[in-house]
Write a protein that binds this ligand. Structure first.
Ligand code: URA
Length: 204
């Protein structure tokens, strides 16, 4: 795949990537999910946004960030004046990992081995899109990109630089904002998240 992709124009190569991803068996997650969820957006997008993994809604729709966390992100993007279609939005892990509970499917965090295996796809996406800046939402995205997802609350909002020179801006994951029980804290954290998204848009 990598050799084939290297020869194709980036937009065609993203198409190849989507097709090859649909048959991925690098870890066991996608065998139990509906299908891998590819990233979406144009090659050459100045801003790449990386989340953790598709959730229940994304798994069913086959698109990233279309559920409740996606709605939080979309609001922040709107506030920042970002046209979502002009960015490339993807996940560190392309399959929905869950535990069945009755009729519900409960999100399970991907483990380090799964994140590492799926990084192969994220690296390809980075090669093809060549973004000016990557917004890493949540510790899984940050770990996949930088090697460590530790300390995200103190790292957010300040750009770090990857080995290839690409800046990464850490932010919390939008789903984290939906889990905060305290209203005042939730409002403060949301404002902070929106500021981080706006900074990513401005820097890209
Ligand atoms: N959470 C993520 O990390 N990614 C999605 O695509 C949806 C929810």
């Amino acid at each position: 795949t990598a050799a084939l992709l290297a020869e194709a124009a980036p937009e065609d190569a993203l198409g190849h990537l989507r097709r090859d991803l649909s048959a991925c068996a690098r870890c066991g997650i996608c065998a139990r999910a509906t299908a891998p969820v590819p990233g979406e957006g144009p090659a050459g997008a100045p801003l790449m946004i990386v989340g953790e993994q598709p959730g229940d809604h994304e798994d069913l729709a086959g698109r990233p960030f279309v559920g409740p966390a996606g709605a939080v992100f979309d609001e922040a993007a709107r506030a920042a004046g970002l046209d979502r279609g002009a960015a490339y939005i993807t996940n560190a892990v392309k399959g929905f990992k869950y535990a069945p509970r009755g009729k519900r499917r409960i999100h399970q965090r991907p483990d380090a081995g799964e994140v590492t295996r799926c990084r192969w796809w994220l690296d390809l996406e980075r090669d093809l899109v060549r973004p000016r800046l990557i917004l890493a939402m949540g510790s899984t995205a940050l770990a996949s990109l930088t090697g460590s997802g530790q300390g995200i609350l103190s790292r957010r909002g300040r750009a770090e630089t990857l080995a290839d020179g690409t800046p990464v801006l850490p932010a919390v994951h939008p789903a984290y904002l939906l889990r905060l029980p305290d209203r005042a804290q939730a409002a403060a954290e949301r404002a902070r998240f929106e500021a981080d998204v706006a900074r990513a848009v401005a820097l890209a």
